[in-house]
Design a protein around this ligand. Structure first.
Ligand SMILES: [Zn+2]
Length: 210
């Protein structure tokens, strides 16, 4: 009988414990003697060690995904390993996958019956979908939101980028390597209000989305 797998996308804002969830899932697999493999896109090459680490202090080894990595081939290679198969694939920071890499995961799910769980952000600091997240929303079998709460009590929606003065900024590169910017997850309402307030103080211009 052909094994049927699923492609999962679990998205949330920064600080919504996605990585902690991934690591908890990995831990549960270990407890039950189930095999898995972790992948993570390389964004900052200064990241010397190939581990997925969460703020709660646990970490697991992962394989880097480079822009040229073919994830279908990576998983096909695993399928030859009778000891590994049928394993689970866990992907951290899945927003940084290319659309093609998401399609490669989808094909691996369909051809090998492997289950793939992708964790990642839905949108960048400009509230635009990341490439990998867009494709996952389009093709994943199961989509779950990992919720977290804004300081006002609403659900967080936006990964706001803030400068050293704590002002929300909406311009710049999507990935600032080695920059000093920080991020804070806020609800859409706070994101807008804060920018209107900044504009009134003459700090940064506020422009409604076209
Ligand atoms: Zn809020």
């Amino acid at each position: 009988m052909k094994r049927i797998g699923k492609l999962y996308f679990r998205y949330g804002t920064m600080g919504s414990a996605k990585t902690a969830l991934l690591l908890t899932t990995a831990y549960n697999f270990e407890e039950r003697g189930m095999l898995y493999k972790c992948f993570k896109p390389v964004v900052d090459t200064r990241d010397a060690t190939n581990v997925i680490r969460s703020r709660i202090g646990i970490e697991r080894e992962c394989s880097w995904v480079y822009p040229e990595t073919n994830l279908y081939e990576e998983i096909a290679a695993l399928s030859g390993d009778k000891k590994f198969w049928p394993g689970w694939i866990l992907v951290d920071e899945a927003q940084f996958l290319s659309a093609s890499q998401v399609d490669q995961l989808a094909s691996a799910v369909d051809d090998f019956g492997v289950n793939v769980i992708c964790y990642g952000l839905r949108t960048d600091f400009r509230t635009k979908l990341f490439e990998g997240s867009k494709r996952l929303l389009e093709v994943a079998d199961t989509i779950d939101e990992v919720k977290s709460t804004c300081s006002c009590g609403r659900k967080t929606i936006v990964n706001a980028r803030v400068n050293s003065l704590g002002e929300i900024i909406t311009e710049g590169e999507v990935v600032e390597i080695g920059g000093n910017e920080r991020y804070v997850a806020v609800c859409r309402n706070c994101w807008r209000n804060k920018r209107v307030e900044q504009a009134k103080k003459g700090q940064l211009p506020f422009e409604e989305e076209a």
